[in-house]
Design a protein. Sequence first.
Length: 484
Amino acid sequence: MDRTVFFEPVPEGERVSDLYEVKLNGQTAPLYEVRVSAVPFNRPWPGRERPVEQSELAAMTYFEMTAPTAVTVRAKQQIKDVTVRPLSKGIKAEFCGEVASFTINEPGQYSVEINGRHNNLHVFADAPEDKPDKACFTYYFGPGVHEAGNIVLKSGESVYISEGAVVHGAIQAYEAENVRICGRGILDYSKMSRHDPLHWEEDGIINLARCENVTVEGIILRDASWWTITSFNCENLTFRGLKAVGMWRYNSDGFDFVNCRNIRVDGCFLRNFDDVIVFKGLRLQQMPDGYKNRKPIPPYEHISPQNYIVENCVLWCDWGGALEIGAETVADEYFNIVYRNCDIIRVADGALRIQSGDRAVIHNVLYEDIRVEYSKYDTASVFQQCDEMKYEPPGGYSVTPVITGWMYNNLWTRDGIYGNIYDITYRNIAVFTDEGMPAPKVVFKSVDDDHKIDDITIEGMTLNGKPFYPEPEVSEFSKNVKVR
């Protein structure tokens, strides 16, 4: 038996994908079923849950590896085209008939796409972890399927979800510190629904409110009904090696940090049906129903979002923006924000977006060594106007802006006051497009001389490996936009 690749079988009672047969160094791999968005078609909440007809099934396998791993994928159809993303990994697949093969040389997160983007295979390869002592954790879930429901953590408590475990439920923490959530298994929200109206600080797979010193690492998050991981007024949070997949319901964002500071996101894979990693500033207008027996939620806006590092991540955006600030920016400032060494393998409505909807002054932001991929298989996003409306692509492929910054007051606005944006740097942004596709746009839109986008630097940008000097679309009041 091969000793360089390790995995647990799919536990009894868990859905097994029959889309493919996958072998790792000759061993049959566990293959999980995940439900994802089929089309970029959405209607703003409140409303009915998104119909399942707008979704499709995809597959997922995960394992640990200590050496290069040969992957063989048998499909149910004749293979005409195979793409393994991120493209930056340089993995070239060979195929013949119904079988494709390639080698993974290092741990990472990959999307295997056979004959286009639909029904893809997610491959999550990790380095081995040190197996922990279960006695060290408040909650320990070994291999198997577990019906946990809501788990509420107190200060000093912890959760471990082992490889081969599927835990149906959610994790929450309020006014807690020194909390840890880790493992290699799956935390699944598919049996839980979103409240209507929404329950702030409760809905979502992992929800943290006014917490400090929290570490979340390794686990797989599946099928959120709202924002996948939400943090309100938190400090000193670390998210490392997480995988979020199977997000297809309304507003199933990835990570939403609401008026938080001192945040690190490292080495995560996120596929979401709405904004993927987003920094927000919010003010709750009123307490929603369902909170009559809980103490009031304090305002969030007293903390300005600051000191964020997002690096080494792979992002798939099925709707909305990939790396985003806004749309709600209820805070005095946003500053010291770094996005570095990330692959955006799918773009819905903008890769690198700053949406200023409220009063915040947004400055000292760096996007560096970001790779953005555009595919001929991607179609344009469409808003659904009524239940009877069906998704009809506008025609052709979709190339949305790679860089956008704009200011407004609209339905997400709470202050009714315009902010300012300045000192933003985009360095070494690499864009990849399929043959025949146009270059994506760069757009900046200001409001007036007192509320504007100023001091923007774009340097070292490339298009399909060659130097690229975009001509930004700049509104009248946007100043000092430099491309070099």
